[in-house]
Design a protein around this ligand. Structure first.
Ligand SMILES: [Zn+2]
Length: 268
C-alpha cells in the first residue's frame, strides 16, 4: 500500500483556501515511511517506537504544506476542554519530541504569524477556525468528550476574550472523523450527550437498536448556536473508519494505528 501512495496529499477546506494569508492542511495516512498499523504517514511519537520515522513523516508534511518544522506547535490532547493562547514563547512546542507539548490542552489559538497549530486525530474531529477580520486562528481536537464539553464553544470564547473575535466573522472547517455510520456508543456517551443538546436525538440516531453519535454534526450545531454562520462552516463528510486506505482509525484498526494532523498557520 505504501508504494501505491508515495505522495503526501493533504486535504484542504475550500473556505479557508480562499485566503492567502493562512496555510492549512489535513493530512491523510498516505506518503510516509511508517509501517504496519502506522503505515504510513503517522505523525505521532506516541504511536510508534521509531521516532526517526515520525520526524521524517512530519518533514514530508511540512515540505508539502509549506511550513518549517520548527513552527509546528502541538498540545497533549487529553480530552479536556482547555484552550491555550499560543505566543512566540510556545512556538515549536512538541515539534521534535513529545516533550514540551502544551499540557492539559486540546485547543490552541494564536494571532502570531509563523506558528503552525496542529491537532492530531484518528477518529476524533479536527476543527480549524480562522477570523479574517482579527487575523486569529485556532486548531481544536474534539472527541466525544471534547464535543460534549463544548470545546468549540470554549475556543470561540477564548478568541473573543483575547482578541475581540466575533463569531459571525469566523470561518470553520470540520475535518474527517469517525462517521455516525461507524460510531456506535455506549450509555455513558448517550447520557452525557443528552444533558448537553436540546435535541440529542438529532445526533444520536439508532441503527439496529444501537445508539450512534454524529460527532461532526454535533460540533457544527454547537458552532452555529454560538453564532458562526452556517455558510461559513465547511464539513468534510468522510468517515475515517470507512476509508482505511486514506485514514487512520482508532476504532477501525482496534487502536493499532497512527495519527493524522490538521494544522493552520498565519503566514509571516
Ligand atoms: Zn463509517
Amino acid at each position: 500500500m505504501f508504494f501505491m501512495h508515495s505522495k503526501v496529499n493533504p486535504i484542504y477546506f475550500r473556505n479557508l483556501s480562499t485566503y492567502d494569508r493562512i496555510l492549512h492542511f489535513i493530512s491523510t495516512r498516505q506518503g510516509g515511511v511508517s509501517l504496519n498499523g502506522q503505515s504510513s504517514l503517522n505523525l505521532s511519537f506516541s504511536q510508534e517506537t521509531d521516532a526517526e520515522k515520525v520526524l521524517e513523516n512530519r518533514k514530508r508534511l511540512a515540505g508539502k504544506a509549506g511550513f518549517d518544522l520548527s513552527c509546528l506547535t502541538l498540545a497533549q490532547q487529553q480530552h479536556t476542554c482547555n484552550v491555550a493562547l499560543v505566543t512566540p514563547r510556545e512556538k515549536g512546542s512538541g515539534a521534535f519530541s513529545n516533550t514540551g507539548r502544551l499540557v492539559e490542552t486540546d485547543a490552541m489559538i494564536t494571532r502570531t504569524p509563523g506558528i503552525c497549530l496542529m491537532v492530531m486525530t484518528a477518529d476524533c474531529v479536527p476543527v480549524l477556525l480562522f477570523d479574517p477580520v482579527e487575523n486569529v486562528i485556532a486548531a481544536i481536537h474534539a472527541g466525544w468528550r471534547g464535543t460534549v464539553k463544548r470545546i468549540v464553544s470554549e475556543t470561540l470564547s477564548a478568541m473573543h476574550k483575547n482578541f475581540g473575535c466575533r463569531p459571525e466573522n469566523i470561518l470553520a472547517g470540520i475535518g474527517p472523523s469517525i462517521g455516525v455510520c461507524c460510531y456506535e456508543v455506549g450509555t455513558e456517551v448517550v447520557t452525557e450527550a443528552q444533558e448537553v443538546f436540546d435535541h440529542p436525538r438529532d445526533f444520536l440516531p439508532e441503527y439496529e437498536g444501537k445508539p450512534h453519535f454524529d460527532l461532526r454534526s454535533a460540533n457544527r450545531y454547537i458552532l452555529e448556536k454560538e453564532g458562526v454562520l452556517s455558510g461559513h462552516i465547511e464539513t468534510i463528510d468522510l468517515c475515517t473508519s470507512c476509508l482505511p486506505e486514506l485514514f487512520f482509525s482508532h476504532r477501525g484498526q482496534k487502536a493499532n494505528t497512527g495519527r493524522m494532523g490538521a494544522g493552520i498557520m498565519l503566514k509571516e
